[in-house]
Design a protein around this ligand. Sequence first.
Ligand code: HGY
Ligand code: MN
Ligand code: MN
Length: 410
Amino acid sequence: MCKSIPTVDGAEIQRRLHELAQISVLPDRLWRPSYTPQEGQARRLLTSWFAQAGLSTRLDAAGNLLGRAGGAGQVTLIGSHMDTVKGAGAYDGTAGVLCGLAALQTLLAHFGPPRAPVELVAMVEEEGSRFPDASFWGSRSILGQADPALLSCRDEAEVTLAQAMADAGFDPARLPDARRTDLARYFEVHIEQGPVLEHRGIQLGVVDTITGLGTLAVEITGRANHAGTTPMDLRLDALQGAAGLVLRLPGLARRFQNATATAGSFQVFPGSANVIPGRVSILVDYRAPDPDDLARLGREIDQAAHSLEAEGYGVTTQLRMSLPPARLDRGLGALLEQCADELSCSSMHMISGAGHDCQLFAGQVPSALLFLPCRDGRSHCPEEYAAPEDLARGAQVLAAALYRLAWQET
Ligand code: HGY
Ligand code: MN
Ligand code: MN
């Protein structure tokens, strides 16, 4: 059956990805945060491509772009996010949107409209690169899990999420309208963002579990002072304390299987070379695929931070975001594996060390995540790359699964 699925043009997917990647708020690297004019520009470009493919398009109240094929009924939703991290590559998120688009385009062109509706979604603010407290905002909105209290969280320029939404033309008061109750299942195609598939020479990854993750904000207060007149033994240098905490993170993470801990956001105040840092703010990203390990790792990082108080530092900690691990749907995973097999693609089951919108959907509807290899396992950096043939394979296997679920069976 899958053999009847026409091949997909991976080069065109890749060309579009690189066209999208030119749309950035920064002149020298890619960063496309949500509710910016640049995201609006990317959304308009995606809308034109969705329409060319024969999808009827609309924006939901959160700013997610949706393209629909088929009539009434429970919807098979496919897609990913369209926002990026700072210094991003061209594939994280958007590869899933454009592989989904290519799959739908080829199915509509060869088999006409589906018996059961299929929608493609390009979601906002998955990364939380503008609003760290509101990561996965687009998928949370679709699932009715967007906490209105987060509308008052602020970006680095002190703009609230509510104001950013309004500036982009989305009324925060209407956010509950984004909630969907007509979803049958969710599929996401995503680059692996790690080295396993490439290292093993396997063409596709069927994800069984997505890791849980937490973001702990740690603020360490010392005593700002003159860098030249303050004797070394009379200082309380907040950066020294913070560095001690950061150096402990690898050891803490290594105590749990497949766990990680990273201090990716690090601000030193006041930030002048000749002033002893009085305050340091850190965002610690920690992860583990086992829920108990995740909770214990979070507690141990918090305790390590507060142990600095014994040296005289002031320490505050705040859990800014927390997402439990998600086990994905076995049946949909088996379908993807079967379609890959029928299309003569090698595949393997795996854990995702990256968080994905898919793990939110998995809490409400059967959900599946299909990984594509990425060169050297690099991601969240300009070196991120997926080959056209890998993009095409992912789109074609997704098309085969969609054909089975929405064209053949009802
Ligand atoms: O951080 C993550 O794992 C995802 O890229 N948001
Ligand atoms: Mn990402
Ligand atoms: Mn992503």
